[in-house]
Design a protein around this ligand. Structure first.
Ligand code: P1T
Length: 369
């Protein structure tokens, strides 16, 4: 099946056999629990909605299909997905190598929960150079955590190259594919072991559901993550599962338009006298344009840029906008704009933020459709 076909049909084949109602869309199964005839085992395959729910199952099948994975899991937020993956793979005193440019909430989770409470060590490296990842790997490194393109500097890393050096040491690679979406980038095909998403963004696409996803093809690892998903409990609700499944059906169409609009905006900003830098992988001036062409099927809809005049100029500009909402999040049909230093990345200490390059003059745009 092509991407668009799987996005519409996977997980939602109508049941036409005896007793099936033939719905062409997965119904929202709101039941928290499922009756059984006998104590031994559930009669209809389901027992309790945290452990499994027909609407969530349909979504998980669809999520796996669009990432080219064997398995998909749906969580109550992107961070719930990240937490569950991390607690499946980590034990006290383990080590993780991560891209230094990451969503602020991911760094907060790593530093203030996993490091402070459980003694996990994190090495943040500039993963644009594969060598920086390779030289940070230790004997007790349990995984490499990447975003590409990154939030908020729209930097890329070479998934294939990094997977090669990590796999030589038996270390799995996890890619947060939120900014590219499964339509424009396929990390598992490039060698990554696990993909995570905030489905809150492009996958749902309408800014009306918070959710997360994990996709992978390793059966044993899938079983461990699913066990912990049920044990820790951060599952996506049936109603949100329905919304996300519905959103996925138009993902391909939306992504094409997000990309078109982002490219128009990026080119306009690049030629503007009050703009000192534009970060968008579809611009020839992006230092990793060649990698973007090779690794991605498109450039997606996220741009960041630096405005001349520092923070005062940035805040003045953001206050003057009429149509673009000044709001966190991204990937919805409407355009959103934000100031990473005071909003999405406020939890990253100023010194660390500036070391990576997230300046007070940086503005991030999610181009709508
Ligand atoms: O918000 P949540 O669904 O928990 O997802 C967290 C998350 C994970 N990964 C990436 C790359 C993200 O961008 C996010 C959430 N980001 C924002 C809310 C934002 O405005 O950047």
């Amino acid at each position: 099946m092509k991407f668009e076909t799987a996005a519409v049909h996977a997980g939602e084949e109508p049941v036409l056999s005896e007793g099936g109602s033939g719905d062409v869309v997965i119904p929202i199964h709101l039941a928290s629990t499922f009756a059984r005839r006998d104590v031994a085992k559930p009669t209809g395959g389901y027992e309790y909605s945290r452990s499994g729910n027909p609407t969530r199952d349909a979504l998980e099948t669809k999520l796996a299909a669009i990432e080219g994975a064997k398995f998909g899991l749906a969580f109550s937020s992107g961070l719930a997905a990240e937490t569950t993956v991390a607690l499946t793979l980590l034990k006290k005193d383990d080590h993780v190598v991560a891209f230094d440019d990451l969503y602020g909430g991911t760094r907060r989770l790593f530093n203030h929960v996993f490091q402070e409470n459980f003694g996990i060590k994190f090495s943040y490296v500039d993963a644009r150079e594969t060598e920086n990842v390779a030289s940070a790997l230790r004997r007790n490194t349990r995984f490499v955590w990447l975003e590409t393109p990154t939030n908020p500097l729209i930097r890329l890393c070479d998934i294939r190259g990094i997977a090669k050096v990590a796999h030589e040491k038996g270390i799995p690679v996890i890619v947060d594919n939120t900014f590219a979406s499964p339509y424009f980038q396929h990390p598992l095909a490039l060698g990554a072991d696990i993909v995570v998403h905030s489905t809150t963004k492009y996958i749902n696409g309408h800014s009306d559901s918070v959710g997360g996803a994990v996709m992978l093809s390793d059966e044993a690892l899938h079983q461990r993550i699913r066990y912990n998903q049920n044990a820790a409990g951060a599952i996506l609700s049936p109603f949100d599962s329905f919304l996300v499944a519905r959103g996925i059906k138009t993902l391909a169409l939306r992504m094409e338009r997000h990309q078109k609009n982002a490219l128009t905006l990026a080119k306009y900003l690049e030629g503007h006298e009050k703009v000192s830098a534009v970060h968008y992988p579809g611009l020839r001036s992006h230092p990793q344009y060649a990698l973007a062409k090779k690794q991605m099927d498109g450039f997606s809809g996220m741009i960041s840029f630096e405005i001349k005049g520092g923070k005062p100029a940035a805040l003045k500009f953001l206050r003057a906008l009429r149509l673009f909402s000044l709001a966190e999040s991204l990937g919805g049909v409407e355009s959103l704009i934000e100031h990473p230093a005071t909003m999405t990345h406020a939890s990253v200490p100023k010194k660390e933020r500036e070391k990576v390059g997230v300046k007070d003059s940086l503005i991030r745009v999610s181009a709508g459709i």
